[in-house]
Design a protein around this ligand. Structure first.
Ligand SMILES: *Cc1c(COP(=O)(O)O)cnc(C)c1O
Length: 388
């Protein structure tokens, strides 16, 4: 007799695609442009700051629940200096185990069973699982390719709001498409949130990875939004220490209290000594942030040009460290089959967009390549793809 699934809420979420593709990368000796982590570590002086914190006995025992004061102040200074957003480090900041925990705690803390959560599709894989854990219902609004960019249809967003909608889960700069929402798009989303009295949870982990003429604007800066927005970011992508898992949420006291009420029973606290190091990292001189951006822009162009040369239609991202490519010019149509076969065919791993969609057919011809890798690794991947 077939047993029912042990956990019905999570039955649809098998192993993440990243585990499957990373295993394929190892077994085939492929260049892995699947999972988005840098293959070089962040600044030495920040690594040294973590070592110093451990040696000095700072953070080796449970740090304070909301995070160490040095990091909370560094986060509020960062939000004020860059965006003009003022937060109280005591009541309006929460340090988390990466952005991942901040997202989970925000959804668990703010979504009641039966509430609807609108998310931009394709969506980061943890969103769907966390909405399900909270007992909510996800309502995807699809970003569609138009003029070389994946675009949010504001009418579709408006139509997705119902009386049961609790919050909009935003992500800008957007993984996997590389879209950076514009001032006009954000203003329209903000106006809708105010009109329908919705909360917004916004994942801004790529806030410093924005290229060319694009600019990152936190939606919390728009009229009426500060009191209804939880802004989430983390150190992983900005400082190339994805293993440290230092993240944070900022927002009005009632919202942060709700997030904290869930967070305290997830990890309670995390990353003690790393919190001190990231407090220093947030105060690195501007040359660090521009240097990171310039380096990644050059890598974006290397990979995007290489993929175009190999015959893909390429979406050159405005932000993040992912390039999306359309496989149809290669005579292919199924990105899942394509990504499963690619390691065996030419020794490169990419991720199919379709796994980030409820409407899989919408994402079927698209695949995602990460460019946060050394230039010689990207060159080797391009060489293999051209010879495919
Ligand atoms: C990487 C990533 C995260 C996870 O951040 P951590 O700080 O490593 O937990 C969250 N959201 C998006 C969109 C990401 O790409």
């Amino acid at each position: 007799m077939k047993r029912p699934p042990l956990n019905r809420r999570l039955a649809e979420f098998g192993t993440t695609i990243f585990a499957e593709m990373s295993a394929l990368a190892v077994s085939t000796g492929s260049v892995n442009l699947g999972q988005g982590f840098p293959d070089t570590d962040g600044p030495d002086r920040i690594a040294e700051a973590a070592v110093r914190a451990i040696r000095d006995g700072r953070g080796n025992q449970y740090p304070p629940g909301p995070g160490v004061p040095e990091l909370r102040t560094a986060v509020t200074d960062h939000q004020r200096e860059r965006y003009g957003l003022r937060y109280d480090p005591d009541t309006e900041v929460l340090v988390t185990a990466g952005a991942t925990e901040a997202i989970a705690a925000a959804l668990l803390g703010l979504v009641e069973p039966g509430d609807e959560v609108i998310a931009l599709e394709p969506y980061y894989d943890s969103y769907a699982a966390c909405v399900a854990m909270a007992g909510g219902t996800r309502v995807p609004v699809t970003l569609r390719p138009r003029g070389g960019r994946f675009v949010l249809d504001l009418d579709e967003l408006r139509d997705a709001v119902t009386d049961r909608t609790r919050l909009i889960l935003l992500n800008t700069p957007h993984n996997p498409t590389g879209t950076v929402l514009t001032r006009e798009e954000l203003a329209a989303i903000a106006a809708l949130a105010v009109e329908r009295d919705l909360l917004v949870v916004t994942d801004e982990v790529y806030e410093h990875l924005v290229f060319d003429d694009s600019a990152h604007l936190p939606i919390a800066t728009f009229p009426g939004m500060r009191e209804r927005t939880v802004t989430i970011s983390s150190a992983g992508k900005t400082f190339s220490f994805t293993g440290w898992k230092v993240g944070w949420a900022t927002g009005a006291p009632e919202l942060i209290a709700a997030v904290r009420s869930a967070k305290q029973y997830l990890t309670y606290v995390s990353s003690g000594p790393f919190q001190y190091a990231i407090a220093e990292a947030l105060r690195l001189p501007e040359t660090y942030f521009t240097g990171l951006r310039d380096d990644l822009r050059a890598k974006r162009d290397l990979l995007a040009d290489g993929l175009a040369g190999a015959g893909f239609e390429v979406f050159r991202p405005q932000g993040t460290y992912f390039v999306t490519a359309d496989i149809r010019p290669l005579g292919e149509h199924d990105g899942i089959a394509f990504c499963r076969a690619l390691p065996g065919r030419c020794g490169v791993v990419a991720i199919p967009h379709a796994v980030f969609y409820d409407h899989r057919e919408q994402g079927l011809p698209f695949v995602r390549f990460a460019f946060c890798k050394r230039a010689e690794v990207l060159q080797e991947a391009v060489k293999r793809l051209v010879a495919r």
